[in-house]
Structures are given as structure tokens and as C-alpha cells.
Design a protein around this ligand. Structure first.
Ligand SMILES: Nc1ncnc2c1ncn2[C@@H]1O[C@H](COP(=O)(O)OP(=O)(O)OP(=O)(O)O)[C@@H](O)[C@H]1O
Ligand SMILES: [Mg+2]
Length: 251
């Protein structure tokens, strides 16, 4: 165990047969920081999150708040404080928003079991409401998840990742499906969420959102990190412009 807080990944490599999806990547996220991970389709962003969370076999070292996660199963990594969303959403359409949010929360205790038996719906919804408020979809606790827009479903995924608390949030395209106004509001909410403590690794293809919200940006191309720097630096880096941005982004 070391004294450093937050997430440190070093030398992370993921291979699927002959494909090296993630190639020797070093990345860190501190508490209170939003770290961006961008790159073209197929660059290895989701595979990197899969490696961090234990869903893909990987080489390299991963520590969280000084504790090595490298040999832990996915559920142990979650218990240690590493939480993720899924790019494809993965909600249960027939359950309510509140039930979806709580589906991955910590196991029940005797007191939460008793409360749920005697005052089921109201207490469940009340517990979830602050999380829904934090991600910008208050008042939807009792709505069926299948009735939500794609953008709202993604936000439920973020609330679900936050349920039960965590040290680091890994957000795999949580803003896909939001329009440009919603996306700007989402950026402000993510900043507010990290100001309360957890760090976030944010993946998204909306470059304006990323450059607005991130403290540090990493760029992946063909599994390799080709850049790490501030949003201001990323706009003018010739390798990033060639690999991903295409043309300089208007400031
Ligand atoms: N389970 C898998 N088995 C085999 N190959 C895979 C698997 N998952 C991903 N890949 C391959 O690994 C590479 C990286 O894919 P990945 O999904 O991590 O990229 P990404 O950066 O998240 O892309 P996107 O922006 O489209 O979400 C691609 O070549 C992809 O085809
Ligand atoms: Mg992906």
C-alpha cells in the first residue's frame, strides 16, 4: 500500500487474440479531478475501462487510494471504490429508475431490509432522489426506465454508478444522446459532483464538452496514448489534430 489517493494505472495492456486494444497505458485520476479520455472509434477507450474494472483480462498495475486492485475480481474493485457506467446503458427497462439505481448499490442491512418491507416505494424513492438531482433528472424515481429518452437513461447509469459512494467514477460516454444544451448542463453537473470528492474519468466524443469540463485530457490512438495535457494544449497538438480533432476547435 502507498500513500497516494485516487487512481493510478500503469502499463495497462489488453489483448483480444491478435488485436492489442490497449497498449501499455499509464493514466491517473486524482480526487476532485475530471480526466478526459478521447480518441477515434476503436481506439481502446472502453477496453481500458474494462481493464480497470476487471471485466477484460489485462496486464499492468492498477491502484486505488494506495490499494492494489490488479488481482481483484470486478465486484471487489467496486467495493474498493471504483465505479463505472456502461457505454450501452444496460438498464432494466421494466424496472423503475429508483430500482435501477439501487440494483448495484451495496448489499442490504437489517435496517434497510426492515425499512423496505414496511415503507417500500416511498423510502426507496427518497433515497435515490439526491442522486437523481445530482445528475440532473430529479423527480423521475418512480418512472419506468424504458419510458426515458436515451440521454436520460445514460444519466440514470451515472446515478447508479454513484449509489453507495465511490472514490473514482469511470463514465463511458454518459452524455451520448444529450442535445448540446443538455450536454453543457451535464458538464456543470459533473464539475459539481467531483467538487464533492470523487474523481472522474470521462469518455465522450463531444469535444466541446470534453474541453469544457476536463482538467486533463488523454488521447488514445490504436490503443496507444499519443497525448496527455490540458484542454488548451490538446487543441493545438498536431498529432491530436491529425488523429482525432481533424481541424482546430473554435475556442
Ligand atoms: N470483446 C472483444 N473481443 C475482441 N475484440 C474486441 C473486444 N472489445 C473490443 N475489441 C476491439 O478492441 C479495439 C478497441 O475497442 P474499444 O471498444 O475499446 O474502442 P473504443 O475506443 O471504446 O471505441 P468507441 O469510441 O467506438 O466506443 C477495437 O479494435 C475492437 O474491435
Ligand atoms: Mg467505447
Amino acid at each position: 500500500m502507498t500513500g497516494s489517493r485516487g487512481l493510478q494505472a500503469s502499463g495497462v495492456t489488453v489483448r483480444y487474440g491478435g488485436v492489442t486494444a490497449v497498449d501499455n497505458v499509464d493514466l491517473s485520476v486524482e480526487p476532485g479531478q475530471v480526466v478526459g479520455l478521447i480518441g477515434p472509434n476503436g481506439a481502446g477507450k472502453t477496453s481500458f475501462v474494462d481493464a480497470l474494472t476487471g471485466f477484460a483480462p489485462a496486464q499492468g498495475e492498477i491502484t486505488l487510494d494506495g490499494v492494489s486492485l490488479t488481482r481483484m475480481r470486478p465486484h471487489r474493485r467496486r467495493q474498493a471504490g471504483l465505479s463505472r457506467t456502461w457505454q450501452s446503458g444496460e438498464l432494466f427497462a421494466s424496472l423503475t429508475v429508483a430500482e435501477n439505481v439501487l440494483a448495484s448499490a451495496r448489499p442490504p442491512t437489517w435496517s434497510t431490509l426492515a425499512r423496505d418491507l414496511f415503507a417500500p416505494r416511498r423510502s426507496i424513492d427518497a433515497g435515490v432522489e439526491p442522486l437523481l438531482h445530482a445528475v440532473g433528472i430529479p423527480g423521475l424515481a418512480s418512472v419506468s426506465a424504458g419510458a426515458l429518452s436515451l440521454g436520460q437513461q445514460k444519466l440514470v447509469g451515472v446515478a447508479r454508478a454513484m449509489a453507495g459512494g465511490c472514490s473514482i467514477l469511470l463514465l463511458d460516454e454518459p452524455a451520448a444522446g444529450l442535445d448540446s444544451t443538455e450536454s453543457l448542463q451535464f458538464a456543470d453537473r459533473i464539475r459539481r459532483i467531483v467538487s464533492d470528492g470523487p474523481g472522474a474519468l470521462l469518455i465522450d466524443h463531444d469535444v466541446d464538452l470534453m474541453l469544457r469540463v476536463c482538467d486533463v485530457v488523454y488521447v488514445l490512438e490504436f490503443g496507444r496514448l499519443i497525448f496527455r495535457g490540458t484542454p488548451t494544449e490538446v487543441r493545438s497538438d498536431p498529432r491530436v489534430v491529425a488523429a482525432y480533432l481533424g481541424s482546430p476547435v473554435e475556442g
